[in-house]
Every structure is written in C-alpha cells, then in structure tokens.
Design a protein around this ligand. Structure first.
Ligand SMILES: NC(=O)c1ccc[n+]([C@@H]2O[C@H](COP(=O)([O-])OP(=O)(O)OC[C@H]3O[C@@H](n4cnc5c(N)ncnc54)[C@H](OP(=O)(O)O)[C@@H]3O)[C@@H](O)[C@H]2O)c1
Length: 305
C-alpha cells in the first residue's frame, strides 16, 4: 500500500496552510503531485515545483473527483473548514467527502486529515462532523490512514499569526476564553514531515495517528508567549469558565465573529493525544517545542503600535 518516488499523489486541499507545507514535503520525497483547488489563479506560485500540476474543479462532483483521481497511486485529503459559511457545510466537507473519496480510491492508498478531539459527543459541530467522516471513510476504505492533528502553527497560520494580529488591537489586555484549555501546538513543517512519512510506510495503512506537539501549553500561556514574542507585551485577561461558556453560546449566532462559538469549543475540547494512540514517535518525527519556534515565526513589532 505504501507509495514510492515517481508515484502520483492527488492532494485535495493542497493549496491551504497545511497543504502547502505538505506539497513541499511530498515533492522532496519524489512524488508527482496533482493538486485540486477552486481558485487556481491564486496559486500560480506552486508551479515552481516541476512535478506538480494544479487542477481546477469541484471535488463535490463525483465525476470530477473520479477524473482527478484517474491514474493516481494515492489520495491525500486535507479539505476542511473551521466555521460553517453555509448550512450543511460541515456535513458536505467533513462527512460526505471522505466517504466519496474512499469509494473513488477503491484499494488505493488514502491519507485523510481529521482533527484531534474528533468525537460524536464533542460540543463542537466541526469535531462531531470530523468523527462522523472518519467512520464513514473507514467503512468504505479500511486501508485509509487517518491523522488527527492538534492545533498547527507556522507562517500565515490561523493560530499564532492571528492571535498576534488580534493582540495589536487589544492595548488594555486580551480576553482569553477557556484560558486553562491545554493545547499541544505542532509546527506545520513537522506535521507535513509526519504525514509524508505515514504515506511512505506500509504499516501505516489502516491506522489512526494522533499528532500533538511535544508540550502542553494552556491557552492563556500561548497568548502570553505570542504577546512576548511580538514585543507588544499585551497581558492576557483570562475569562472565567462561566463567561467563556456564555460568550461561546452567544457567539454561536455569529459564526465568523471573534467569539464564534465552534472554534472555541474545538480548542477547549481538543484535549491531549490519547496515551495509547500512535503519535509522532511512530512516524519517527520529532516535533519542535512551541516556545523556540515562536521566536523565528513572529518578527518583533514596535511596542508603540
Ligand atoms: N490548521 C490547523 O490548526 C488544523 C488543526 C487540526 C486539523 N486541521 C485539519 O487539517 C486540514 C487542513 O487544514 P488547513 O489549516 O490547511 O486549512 P485551510 O488552510 O483552510 O485549507 C483547507 C483547504 O480546503 C479547501 N476547502 C475549504 N472548503 C472547501 C469546500 N467547501 N469545498 C472544497 N474545498 C474546500 C480549500 O481549498 P481551495 O484551494 O479550493 O480554497 C483549502 O485549500 C483540515 O481538514 C483541517 O480541519 C487543521
């Protein structure tokens, strides 16, 4: 089931944050890459990779999906959404698509990226739909490799870089919902290295991996570390559990607002990787510590703002 250099890999969602890091990793490993996006004009820079083709199309169309997958040795699915912009988007993207990919793949290798905390009982609708998608994929493609990453950071991420932007606008302190929620942030390049390794390993077929960064970082400490690394020195203002819950419930009505409920529930519920779960070590990858990587990631900004 493992693939070898020269094989063709279809990467769905390859133009996103994790996708770009993974493309670089897979290209280095010698694969021929086919990347699908809805907006190819925005991703012309990827054409610097000589063995990569960018395809435009709709992955939610069965015929188009089969066409993209024709002749490929493996399919990687990185398509995901953090907040629903239309009703049923979680269902379409996280539940239906993995199953349709499994059907199209037949017995071919599949690497499917889910999320840590995926559970049918999660408070976050995103994590519930991720769990349902994993189950539907396994039914049709037991050979699929499923990976559940913890929160990712790296250049142009939605975590460190976004918090750094928000901090600039919070001169009197930054309110932190669920301040004691433990995160295990992983650098996107380490995640890409782990995923690349999984795809090349025969024993990875049919396994589920939980990939967490090496240390627990409570959300309030993450905010403080980001604040320090930017040089802004904005203090974190932890919110009580009750206020956090009320804000998240209120935010459920505003899916794209700062306090949009679902991403906060997802952060709160992410939890650590399972003790028994296969992790980075099983993929012979050593994730870097959060603190040291932060200093390289965030150029210091003027404290004067
Ligand atoms: N980033 C994290 O901290 C994190 C943590 C845990 C799990 N994950 C999972 O890792 C995967 C990749 O995450 P990411 O951070 O790279 O996300 P991202 O930057 O938002 O990229 C997601 C990709 O999905 C595609 N996409 C989004 N909505 C779509 C839709 N309705 N139909 C078709 N394509 C759609 C986009 O493709 P286009 O090029 O067409 O726009 C985009 O390239 C996701 O499944 C995510 O849930 C991420």
């Amino acid at each position: 089931m493992a693939i070898k250099p020269g094989d063709t890999v279809l990467v769905l969602g390859g133009c996103g944050f994790l996708g770009r890091a993974l493309i670089s990793e897979l290209h280095q490993r010698g694969y021929v890459l086919r990347v699908v996006t809805r907006r190819p004009d925005r991703h012309r820079d990827l054409l610097v990779f000589p063995r990569l083709t960018v395809l435009a199309g709709n992955v939610h169309d069965d015929q188009a999906l089969a066409q993209f997958a024709r002749g490929c040795h493996a399919i990687v699915n990185l398509i995901g959404v953090f907040a629903e912009r239309s009703p049923q988007e979680f269902r379409q993207v996280h539940e239906d698509l993995p199953m349709r990919i499994g059907r199209v793949a037949g017995g071919r290798a599949i690497l499917h990226v889910s999320a840590i905390g995926a559970s049918l009982n999660a408070a976050s609708a995103c994590l519930r739909s991720k769990a349902a998608g994993e189950a539907r994929l396994r039914e049709v493609a037991p050979q699929a490799i499923i990976v559940r990453p913890h929160v990712l950071y790296g250049p142009r991420d939605r975590f460190v870089c976004r918090f750094a932007r928000w901090l600039r606008w919070s001169p009197f302190g930054f309110p932190v919902p669920f301040p004691d929620a433990d995160l295990y942030p992983a650098h996107v390049a380490d995640m890409a290295a782990g995923l690349g390794r999984a795809l090349a390993l025969v024993r990875a077929a049919g396994q589920t991996y939980e990939l967490c960064g090496p240390e627990a970082v409570p959300l309030r400490h993450a905010v403080e570390a980001i604040s320090q690394a930017t040089g802004l020195r904005v203090s974190a203002r932890p919110l009580s559990l009750l206020t956090s819950r009320r804000l998240a419930q209120f935010g459920a009505r505003f899916p794209t607002w700062f306090f949009a409920a679902d991403p906060w529930w997802a952060l709160r519920d992410a939890g650590p990787c399972g003790r028994e779960a296969l992790g980075f070590a099983a993929l012979e990858t050593e994730p870097r510590p959060f603190g040291t990587a932060l200093r390289d990631l965030l150029p210091r900004v003027s404290p004067a703002r």
